[in-house]
Design a protein around this ligand. Structure first.
Ligand SMILES: Cc1ncc(COP(=O)(O)O)c(C=O)c1O
Length: 343
C-alpha cells in the first residue's frame, strides 16, 4: 500500500493492513523465537481451540509520533501485564512481558510509514492477539498457540469525534460474576455483538451494561469504562470485579488527582444515582475520553447537564491533559511513554 495516499485526518477506526506483523508460536511447551512476517493471513486447523471454544484473548494500544519526532507507545507494559492475566484466565500460556514489549518495538519499527504525522489526531493502533491453534474436540485447552501483534493506523472510534454520545441501558449482560469480564477475552465481545447491533439499529452509540447479578449497578460499556463527575467535581468510576481494568481509566484517575487536584472515588455506582452526576464519559484506548450527553434507561431519559453540544468542563480538562501527556505536550509521569527506537 502506498501510505502517501492515506488521508490521516479522516481515518476511521478500521483495519488497514500494514507491512509487517510479529508472530510467535507456542509448541512443545515453549514460545519460539518469533519473526516479522508480511503474511496477514492465518492458517490453522478447522478444529483449532479458538474456532471451537473461543480460546483467544487480545489487547489494544496506541503509538504516537510526537512533535519532536520521537515515537512512543502509551503504557504498553500494562497491556503486557493484562494479557498475561487474560491468558491465565483462559488456560493459555502467557506471552512474557519483555517479549511483548520487544514485539511492540519490532512491529512499530517495521511499519514506520504507517505512523500518522503529529497533529492529525490519528495514531498507530497495535493489536496483540493470542489464540489456541491446535485441534481440540473435547472441551479442553489447546496444546499449541499463536501470538500475533499487528498494526493499523486509526482515527477516532466514534465517528463524530468528541461530540457527546447517546447510550442506552441494555437488558443484555456482558459478563457474569466470577466469569471473564475482568480480562480481554474474545468471548466477552462475542457476547456483546447482539447488544451493540441492536443499540446501533435503535440510534444509540453504545450500551451501558449493569451488573448481571442484581442489575442495579453500573458496570461498563461494550468497549470502554465509565467516568462520572459529581456536582462538586469529584471523579467517580465504578468498581467491579467483572469489568475490564481500563488502562485509560487508571491513567485518568491519576491525572485527576495529580495534575488537576480533584478528588477521585472508585466505588460501586448505583444506576439510581446516575441522574445526579454533572458529567459522564467513556474512556478507553479507542474511545480516549468520549463524553456521554444522554442515557436512555427504558422509559426514563437522563440528560446530563453538560448537554449534547460539547464536553462538560471537567471532562474537557481530563481530555486535554490526557491527550497532552500522550502527545508529549505535557510531562508524563515516569514510565507512561515508552519510546520506540532502534537499539
Ligand atoms: C470492555 C472494555 N472496557 C474497557 C476498555 C478500555 O480499556 P483500555 O483503556 O485499557 O483501552 C476496553 C478496550 O479498550 C474494553 O474493550
Amino acid at each position: 500500500m502506498n501510505t502517501k495516499t492515506i488521508d490521516w485526518a479522516n481515518l476511521g477506526f478500521q483495519y488497514i493492513q500494514t507491512e509487517k506483523r510479529y508472530i510467535s508460536h507456542f509448541r512443545n511447551g515453549e514460545w519460539d523465537e518469533g519473526v516479522l512476517s508480511t503474511d496477514g493471513n492465518v492458517v490453522i486447523s478447522e478444529s483449532a481451540g479458538v474456532l471451537q471454544y473461543a480460546q483467544t484473548c487480545f489487547e489494544g494500544l496506541k503509538v504516537y509520533r510526537l512533535e519532536d519526532g520521537r515515537i512512543v507507545a502509551f503504557r504498553p507494559d500494562l497491556n503486557a501485564e493484562r494479557m498475561v492475566d487474560s491468558a491465565k484466565q483462559l488456560e493459555m500460556p502467557p506471552f512474557p512481558k519483555e517479549r511483548f514489549l520487544d514485539a511492540v518495538r519490532q512491529v512499530v519499527l517495521a511499519n514506520l510509514d504507517y505512523i500518522p504525522p503529529y497533529g492529525t489526531g490519528a495514531s498507530l493502533y497495535l493489536r496483540p492477539v493470542m489464540f489456541g491453534s491446535s485441534a481440540v474436540l473435547g472441551v479442553k485447552p489447546a496444546t499449541e498457540y499463536e501470538f500475533r501483534l499487528f498494526a493499523s493506523p486509526v482515527g477516532p472510534y466514534f465517528k463524530d469525534g468528541v461530540k457527546p454520545l447517546t447510550l442506552r441501558v441494555t437488558d443484555y449482560d456482558r459478563a457474569a460474576p466470577h466469569g471473564t469480564g475482568h480480562v480481554k477475552a474474545g468471548l466477552n465481545y462475542a457476547m456483546s455483538m447482539r447488544a451493540i447491533t441492536e443499540a446501533h439499529a435503535l440510534g444509540y452509540d453504545e450500551n451501558m451494561y449493569l451488573d448481571a447479578a442484581t442489575r442495579t449497578k453500573v458496570e461498563e460499556a461494550g468497549g470502554a469504562n465509565f467516568i462520572f463527575v459529581t456536582k462538586d467535581q469529584h471523579i467517580v468510576t465504578p468498581r467491579s470485579s467483572s469489568i475490564l481494568p481500563s488502562i485509560t481509566r487508571r491513567s485518568i484517575m491519576t491525572i485527576a488527582r495529580e495534575y488537576l487536584h480533584l478528588e477521585t472515588e472508585e466505588r460501586e455506582v448505583d444506576l439510581d444515582e446516575v441522574a445526579d452526576f454533572a458529567e459522564c464519559g467513556l474512556c478507553g484506548t479507542a474511545a480516549v475520553i468520549s463524553p456521554v450527553g444522554r442515557l436512555v434507561d427504558h422509559e426514563r431519559t437522563i440528560d446530563f447537564p453538560s448537554g449534547m453540544e460539547q464536553m462538560g468542563p471537567i471532562t474537557q480538562q481530563l481530555y486535554d491533559t490526557l491527550t497532552a501527556i500522550q502527545h508529549g505536550r505535557l510531562p508524563a509521569p515516569e514510565g507512561w511513554l515508552y519510546e520506540i527506537k532502534e537499539q
